[in-house]
Design a protein around this ligand. Structure first.
Ligand code: NAP
Length: 314
């Protein structure tokens, strides 16, 4: 545990899964002094106070950021422009303004022009999450061993970049610096398209006539249930991700559709060697993800994590 907090005052704009996880970890690891927050609803602000993860909760975003030396936007990215307009005049000179949004070019576009002179704008994205939402979903270990990508604009203050990197490292993350455009392409294929596929396959079930919903649920362990976890992710957050990373998602979706058509053709023409070759390559990628510490080989991973008492019995 560090003896001297890295920041005197952290302000969180939005205190759902990601915001509350930052608050838990920052508090537990003594990384900040005061933690203030705002959220759209009084209920969320009160829950954050009741959980003891923030010191003050404010109805106005401007009040929440007043006096803060680190401000992190943790709301859905579609709300960033309006939030930036609200807080702009209240940001302290020398403060770092960052975010956790799952897309980065749109954040630079929407927030960048509203950042006052003397405030260090360093967008970020912790590549960590669950399908849960809200302040009660957060936990201090969410960022442990996960990557956090920072996309400082050209000419960003190096000391501010180092301080923010140090903060994320102490939250448990490995930090990478990336160009926002490249970030959006990488995340389109590693996160956004997988979510779209999961949303699509689960919604297709709704339209099936030959297979009943009861059968789908009964036999879901055949693979379907693993998609349902991803497809249970927050609808507003994901709406905003697709609307704000349209170009990269459509580009990757084009590649995906071509490859899917190739698999469809191989099945139609009985080309078993092509199918086997593809499935062998994909198995290797799974192995590499496990070797890189980004998942466990345990087949139950994730299924019991919200029921630790059951996990203990394993
Ligand atoms: P969440 O659990 O739904 O929480 C969103 C929070 O933002 C809530 O506290 C909400 O308040 C607040 N909010 C919404 N609109 C607001 C506004 N206009 N002004 C102030 N606060 C507002 O969402 P999350 O999963 O933490 O996601 C937050 C951000 O993290 C998103 O930008 C997302 O792209 C990014 N992210 C998410 C994940 C993930 O896996 N979930 C991973 C990495 C990054 P109310 O509760 O009152 O509505």
């Amino acid at each position: 545990m560090s003896s001297e907090p890295l920041f005197k005052h952290l302000a969180l704009i939005g205190v759902g899964l990601i915001g509350s996880s930052i608050a838990h970890a920052a508090r537990e690891r003594n990384l900040v002094g005061h933690i203030s927050c705002t959220a759209r609803s009084e209920a969320t602000r009160q829950t954050a106070l009741d959980l003891g993860i923030v010191d003050s909760a404010h109805a106005s975003a401007g009040d929440a950021v007043t006096g803060a030396d680190l401000v992190i936007l943790c709301a859905p990215v579609g709300a960033y422009g309006a939030i930036a307009a609200d807080i702009s005049a209240h940001l302290s000179p020398g403060a770092i303004l960052s975010d956790v949004g799952s897309v980065k070019q749109a954040v630079v576009r929407d927030v960048g022009p509203l950042v006052p002179e003397g405030v260090h704008f360093i967008p970020g994205h912790p590549v960590a999450g669950t399908e849960q939402s809200g302040p009660e979903a957060g936990f201090a270990e969410l960022f442990d061993g996960r990557w956090c990508i920072l996309t400082p604009p050209p000419g960003a203050n190096q000391d501010a970049v180092d301080r923010l990197s140090g903060f994320w490292a102490k939250l448990g993350s490995m930090v990478e610096i990336m160009d926002p455009r490249h970030h959006d392409q990488v995340l389109a294929i590693t996160s956004h398209i997988p979510h779209l596929i999961a949303y699509n396959i689960v919604s297709t079930v709704d339209d099936l006539e030959k297979v009943t919903e009861a059968e789908v649920i009964k036999y879901s362990a055949g693979g379907f249930r693993d998609f349902t976890r991803i497809a249970a992710s927050d609808p507003v957050m994901w709406r905003d991700v697709f609307l704000n990373n349209r170009e990269a998602v459509l580009e990757m979706l084009g590649r995906f559709s071509e490859d899917l058509a190739a698999l469809q053709r191989a099945i139609r023409w009985g080309e078993g060697d092509k199918l086997e070759e593809t499935f062998t390559r994909t198995r290797r990628i799974r192995r590499e993800i496990i070797d890189a510490g980004q998942d466990l080989s345990d087949p139950d991973f994730g299924r019991w994590s919200s029921h630790p008492e059951e996990e203990e019995g394993e």
